[in-house]
Ligand binder design. Structure first.
Ligand SMILES: CC(C)=CCC/C(C)=C/CC/C(C)=C/C=C/C(C)=C/C=C/C=C(C)/C=C/C=C(C)/C=C/C=C(C)/C=C/CC(C)(C)O
Ligand SMILES: C[S@@+](CC[C@H](N)C(=O)[O-])C[C@H]1O[C@@H](n2cnc3c(N)ncnc32)[C@H](O)[C@@H]1O
Length: 385
């Protein structure tokens, strides 16, 4: 079958990859305009690592917090952080160029349009701080890709990946990733809670729910909801004091174990998998979905929330960043909504729908039902395929 898109791509690539065409194009005003745009986009790809490291240095020096109250002179920032004034000027100049800062009319530094949203944004700041491990693994990208997935610094941060007995992990092994997930959970919790009417549910099980941050947010949203947390024993042990501090010790029941082998609490009308499914290769992901299906009451609903491949306008997140991240971690992959839908159907779920979220880059949500009667069924949402 003749496909216009393929024909257009062939024609375009023949021209763009021809140095003589590029030279001729630069002679016309429209060609120069297209070349400038294309060069700028390509340069951002070339220099992406530099931009990330500029951001990382600014986060380490706490520059966004330091500018929260208003513009500050570069010399003062240098004195406060102990950085040489010339080095600080270099860093701030780079930050201005990528939108983190802006110079004021009197020559001081203010937050820029991309720096201002980082103020008080503990979630993104924690993820940026954690990037050292990922970028260390990516310093030699072909070495990373040529060896079997995992084996580097990212993998060391996620000890359950590739572990034969993850339920035996101790507190020290799970603390760093559990803290990171807790700090970044607000990015996702709000999106999920806004995408589905949790206040209509009665018993909610968060599978792989970390230290319970999502359940804390769900408890605030739906005061009548009974809450259950399932995670590895060492993770659940970390959840207990956090839940007690939030006044939820009596409301959240804790279940420690391996969700691929140990019994899940039965009879829930709602279950959630938040940033969990993409951690696992297909056989384990399918086994997990089957186990959640078996644990749900008839008519129960499962919500899968994570970044998904093929997200329009946000392909960089799931398809470039997170998929490579999971390779470095040693298992799992990002999947499209359609592929997750196939796994859900293979696990016995029906009526799979996407519930739109405000920031699909951060998380999309798929809702799926177990057959049977329930008052939990809602027709909100759109089909995934
Ligand atoms: C006032 C004027 C002039 C105009 C106003 C215009 C206006 C209304 C603007 C909007 C302002 C606004 C609301 C800004 C919002 C900005 C937001 C929401 C920014 C969000 C950024 C999110 C980022 C950068 C997210 C990054 C996420 C990362 C890096 C995630 C990493 C995840 C990892 C490593 C997960 C690991 C878990 C594993 C192992 C995969 O399971
Ligand atoms: C990426 S974290 C997501 C945590 C949380 N849902 C969130 O979004 O913040 C994945 C979680 O799955 C848990 N997990 C991984 N493998 C597990 C297993 N076999 N059994 C139980 N929990 C597991 C981890 O301990 C971790 O808390």
């Amino acid at each position: 079958m003749f496909r216009w898109r393929d024909a257009w791509r062939r024609w375009r690539n023949q021209r763009l990859s021809d140095p003589a065409f590029r030279e001729r194009a630069m002679a016309s005003w429209w060609g120069r305009r297209a070349a400038r745009r294309s060069a700028a986009r390509l340069f951002d790809v070339v220099a992406g690592f530099v931009y990330s490291q500029v951001l990382s240095a600014c986060v380490e020096l706490d520059l966004f917090e330091r500018l929260r109250g208003g513009p500050v002179a570069a010399e003062r920032l240098a004195a406060e952080t102990g950085l040489d004034p010339a080095a600080m000027q270099r860093l701030l100049g780079a930050g201005v160029a990528i939108g983190l800062f802006e110079p004021t009319s009197d020559g001081r530094l203010a937050l820029g349009p991309l720096g201002a949203p980082l103020v008080g944004n503990a979630a993104v700041l924690a993820l940026v701080r954690h990037h050292g491990a990922f970028y260390a693994d990516l310093a030699e990208p072909l070495a990373l890709l040529r060896r079997a997935p995992g084996g580097g610094r990212v993998a060391a941060q996620w000890p359950y990946a590739g572990h034969a007995q993850p339920q035996a992990l101790d507190g020290a092994s799970v603390s760093a990733y559990t803290e990171l997930m807790a700090a970044s959970q607000p990015l996702v919790a709000q999106l999920l809670l806004d995408s589905h009417p949790f206040e209509r549910a009665q018993r909610l099980l968060d599978v792989g729910g970390g230290s319970g941050r999502f359940l804390m947010a769900a408890a605030r949203r739906a005061p009548g909801l009974e809450l259950h947390l399932f995670d590895l024993p060492a993770v659940v042990a970390r959840a207990a004091p956090a839940l007690a501090a939030a006044g939820l010790a009596d409301r959240v029941r804790l279940h420690g174990g391996d969700f691929l082998r140990d019994p899940l609490p039965q009879g829930m009308d709602t279950a959630t998998l938040v940033r969990v499914l993409h951690d696992h290769d297909d056989p384990e992901a399918l086994a997990l979905l089957r186990r959640v299906h078996a644990a749900l009451a008839p008519g129960g609903v499962l919500l899968v929330a994570e970044p998904m491949a093929g997200t329009a306008g946000a392909a960089g997140m799931a398809d470039a960043y997170l998929d490579l991240y999971l390779w470095a971690m040693g298992q799992g992959a990002t999947r499209s909504a359609a592929r997750i839908g196939e796994l859900l159907a293979a696990a016995g779920f029906e009526a799979v729908r996407e519930c739109p979220t405000a920031l699909p880059l951060q998380a999309r949500v798929l809702r799926a039902h177990k057959a049977g009667l329930s008052n939990n069924r809602s027709e909100v949402g759109v089909k995934t395929s």
